[in-house]
Each structure stands twice: as structure tokens, then as C-alpha cells.
Ligand binder design. Structure first.
Ligand SMILES: Nc1ncnc2c1ncn2[C@@H]1O[C@H](COP(=O)(O)OP(=O)(O)OP(=O)(O)O)[C@@H](O)[C@H]1O
Length: 338
């Protein structure tokens, strides 16, 4: 099977709410695609339509070129964790998986394989109703993997997990993609996808805001920014702003400089007799890149403002401090740092 998810012109309305508004994107094999947007952006609705659980009003969602409902053995073609609580609370974890295996003609051996894969062996004979959220997430992931599918979808899989659980999921997502599978993973927090996603589909109010590789996004967001450490902050800000740079102070002795190359900054500071103790080209975090990406997207800012968006966007949509920290003051010859 061609391991892809293709979403084309997908639209869905619930009463007066437009949940998905003409969405198109492709999830490619061999990589983890992050599906990011604030609460209510339409991620779960899209995933439900991909899985044939909801009918689109318009458009299509194809798995390996076919609608979910026409797949011959769906569990072996696509696995999904959409709702970790969708397990009968009285049923033991292993029995739940056994039932899935039996009803889909899968060998019992596969049940024990996925139990080991998600680390649930010690509790496999306990009722799922007594499971913590993290254990339920693991059980849901075991169920998604049971048919060894080439396409996988996880809706907010790290929600409520402890750091150890988050690290585990990141590693799992990476290894599934490394095996050539197409992996779509949603989150309302960009930072959760740091270190696991190769590609990002960012949505707001049911529409695509960005469809980009993580590498491209980070490169674009990092370019042209230089971190400077100096005990003579005010003088450095004046010299650099006079030369056309945007300069923002991040702390008592650190500045972020945009618009000038590092070599030029060094030359200007030397010429001006301004000493400094460190200079480095800045590498943006994913969260920072995201704020940069959505800064000019008015519609997206509205969506984040209304629903409590990703990262920290305040009422007018400006970032309240990315990984580089918030600017406490700035001397700017161009656009002010945020
Ligand atoms: N079954 C439904 N009935 C009515 N409205 C719905 C239904 N499902 C989703 N919606 C609405 O559609 C919009 C998109 O919701 P959806 O759950 O798809 O967003 P989401 O991006 O997954 O959000 P979250 O991060 O909170 O899970 C929301 O306004 C939501 O209230």
C-alpha cells in the first residue's frame, strides 16, 4: 500500500460551527508530520473524517489512495489513537487487544508484541478502568499498532503525560517513521513536537496556515539573528541600531540583534570600542519559529486569542517571550523584536 494520507478540500460544519474549512495537505511516508493548531482549530474533526468516523460536507480524505470505508482490512492499513478513554473500563488491557486481534484475524502473538512495545506487560491483566492517563495512552497506541499498519495517526498523544512518557512517545514516533510509515500526530502545543516532527501542517479555524518542513521553518526563523553578550549593553544597542539593526535586550547583559551579520556586528563593536564577551548566531526553537510564522496571520491570531492558543500569545497576538526570552527594552531601526 502507498503509505500516505491525502486530504483534499475537506470541509465540515457542525450546526453553525465551521470546524474544517477547505483543508488540503498530504502526509508522506517515512516522516512524522505534526498537525498543529490551537484548541478548536479542527484537528480532531479532520482526523475523524480521515478515519471515516465523520462524513465531510465537501472534499475527501484518502489513506493510501482510498477512503477509509473502502479499505479491506483497515486495522492493517491504518492505526489511530483518537480517544484514549474509548476502552471498556471493566475490560483487561490484554483482553481488549485480544478482542481486536480475534475480530480482525490477527495472531495472538501480535497482542503480546504490542504489549511489550508499549511497555504494558506488568499491567496487561488489569482492568483498563483503573489505568492512569499515561497507561491508557499506551494501550491506545498498542491498539493502533496491532495490525502493523503503514499509516498511523495519534491525536494529542502526549496530553497529560509525564516527561518520561513524553520522551518515550517521541522515540516511538521517530522509530515508526524510520520504518517508512506515514505518521500524523496532532498537538495544540508546538513545543511538544520539538525533536519528533519532520514536517508541520499548522491549522487555525479549520484552514491551513502553514505546510512546511521543520528544517525550513527553523532556518527561516533563525536567520539573521545574533545573540550578543556585553556588559556595555546601552552603548552596543546605540552603535548597532545606528548601523540599521534591530536590537532587543533579553537580560542585563544579553542582546538579540537582527539585520546585521555576526562579522559586521563584531567590526562595528570593535570600531566603537564596545567590549563584549560572547557572540553567537541564534538557533530558533520550534515554539519561537511558530510565533514568527503566525505573527502576521491576523485570522490565526484571532483563533488563538479566542481559544487560548499555542505557546503564549497575548490578546493582540504578540508573543510574550519565546525561547529567547521577552524583550525588556529595545532600540530598533526596523521591526521590534518580540
Ligand atoms: N461533534 C461535534 N459537534 C459539534 N461541534 C463540534 C463537534 N466536533 C467538533 N466540533 C466543533 O468544531 C470545532 C473544531 O473542533 P476540533 O475538536 O476538531 O478541534 P481541535 O483542533 O481538535 O481542538 P482540540 O485541540 O481542543 O482537540 C470546535 O469549535 C468544536 O467545538
Amino acid at each position: 500500500m502507498n503509505a500516505t494520507i491525502e486530504v483534499r478540500g475537506l470541509r465540515k460544519r457542525y450546526g453553525s460551527t465551521v470546524a474544517v474549512d477547505g483543508l488540503s495537505f498530504t502526509v508522506e511516508p517515512g516522516q512524522v508530520t505534526g498537525f498543529v493548531g490551537p484548541n478548536g482549530a479542527g484537528k480532531s474533526s479532520t482526523m475523524r473524517m480521515i478515519m471515516g468516523m465523520d462524513r465531510p460536507d465537501e472534499g475527501s480524505a484518502l489513506i493510501g489512495g482510498r477512503p477509509y470505508r473502502t479499505l479491506r482490512s483497515p486495522l492493517c492499513q491504518v492505526g489511530a489513537l483518537l480517544d484514549a478513554s474509548a476502552v471498556h473500563p471493566g475490560r483487561r488491557a490484554r483482553d481488549h487487544l485480544l478482542w481486536m486481534a480475534h475480530s480482525n484475524g490477527l495472531p495472538v502473538r501480535r497482542v503480546d508484541e504490542v504489549i511489550d512495545l508499549v511497555g504494558l506487560r506488568p499491567v496487561a491483566r488489569r482492568a483498563a478502568g483503573g489505568f492512569s492517563l499515561g497507561m491508557r495512552q499506551r494501550l491506545g497506541i498498542a491498539a493502533a499498532l496491532i495490525g502493523d499498519p503503514a499509516v498511523l495517526m495519534f491525536d494529542e498523544p502526549v496530553n497529560g503525560l509525564d516527561p518520561e512518557g513524553i520522551t518515550w512517545i517521541r522515540g516511538l514516533l521517530r522509530s515508526l517513521a524510520a520504518e517508512g510509515r506515514a505518521v500524523l500526530v496532532s498537538s495544540h502545543l508546538m513545543s511538544e513536537l520539538e525533536g519528533s516532527a519532520d514536517h508541520l501542517v499548522v491549522i487555525g479555524r479549520g484552514r491551513v496556515v502553514a505546510d512546511t518542513s521543520v528544517q525550513e521553518l527553523l532556518t527561516a526563523a533563525s536567520s539573521g539573528r545574533v545573540m550578543l553578550r556585553t556588559g556595555r549593553r546601552q552603548e552596543a544597542m546605540t552603535v548597532l541600531a545606528n548601523a540599521g539593526a534591530s536590537v532587543a535586550a533579553n537580560g542585563p547583559d544579553t542582546l538579540t540583534v537582527s539585520g546585521l551579520a555576526a562579522e559586521r556586528i563584531v567590526a562595528l563593536l570593535n570600531e566603537g570600542g564596545v567590549s563584549f564577551s560572547g557572540i553567537a548566531e541564534h538557533r530558533a526553537s520550534l515554539e519561537e519559529a511558530y510565533m514568527e510564522l503566525t505573527r502576521d496571520a491576523v485570522d490565526f491570531r484571532g483563533a488563538t486569542g479566542a481559544a487560548g492558543g499555542p505557546g503564549s500569545a497575548d490578546a493582540d497576538g504578540t508573543a510574550a517571550g519565546g525561547a529567547g526570552g521577552s524583550a525588556s527594552s529595545s532600540a530598533s531601526a526596523g521591526r521590534e523584536q518580540r
